[in-house]
Design a protein around this ligand. Structure first.
Ligand code: SF4
Length: 222
């Protein structure tokens, strides 16, 4: 309990500093944080879109709807449970702006480098058992990702920030890419979500949630 309180205090401090970060002058928003959620599981997105800074949460729009549907169907976890039990991070925490073609700009290498220290610090604080990178850019921060077919549906053992953890990559849930809707992506996505659902850290989250619900119900009946 004391150890958890200590981790919570360090994470609170980390998030308070993160939201003040202004290292990247080309970014078009201030940092978006999923909050100081102490967890054994981290989910890493790519970068916020234009709506996330306004709504002040990551995966707040259409891609998020798909992502939370995946978690609901495979792990039986609702969006509110996922958001309140998994630490949400991203390769870059600010909205990079649009390209001249109208798409979201991919963060530049210097911006990814600038932001990497935030992720490293989160790994040091949380010492997660499982990291779920979502989308090619996030996956590539941990393992080689030339082709999604080579990494989706697999579990890796990875080391970063002097900590070893399991890594289960997911494709980006954005509607812009049909990869996860057609074969072989559709099948590989299912395998990846099965791996996530069966992972001990996710099973522990589910068990904690069920216990909390049972306790709430029994207190309500008293
Ligand atoms: S992208 Fe990351 S490093 Fe750059 S300003 Fe935003 S929070 Fe800071």
């Amino acid at each position: 309990m004391v150890a958890r309180l200590r981790i919570q205090a360090r994470l609170d401090d980390h998030v308070a500093q993160l939201v003040q970060c202004r290292r990247c002058p080309r970014m078009q928003s201030t940092p978006v944080s999923g909050g100081a959620v102490v967890s054994d599981v981290m989910l890493i997105g790519q970068a916020p879109g234009p709506r996330e800074p306004v709504l002040r949460k990551l995966f707040a729009h259409t891609a998020g709807k798909t992502l939370f549907r995946w978690f609901g169907e495979s792990c039986g976890l609702s969006e509110s449970t996922v958001r309140s039990t998994i630490y949400f991070a991203a390769v870059c925490r600010c909205f990079p702006g649009k390209t001249s073609g109208g798409g979201d700009r991919v963060p530049a290498p210097d911006e990814i480098h600038n932001c990497s220290s935030w992720m490293n610090n989160e790994i040091k604080i949380l010492q997660p058992r499982l990291i779920i990178p979502v989308g090619r850019l996030a996956i590539a921060q941990f393992v080689n990702c030339t082709k999604l077919e080579e990494v989706i549906g697999r579990k890796f053992r990875v080391q970063r920030a002097q900590h070893s953890f399991d890594l289960i990559p997911l494709p980006h849930p954005s509607g812009a890419s049909p990869w996860h809707k057609v074969l072989p992506g559709k099948k590989l996505l299912k395998s990846a979500l099965n791996l996530v659902a069966r992972h001990p850290a996710i099973r522990a989250l589910r068990a904690e949630r069920q216990l909390a619900r049972r306790t709430q119900r029994s207190q309500h009946l008293k």
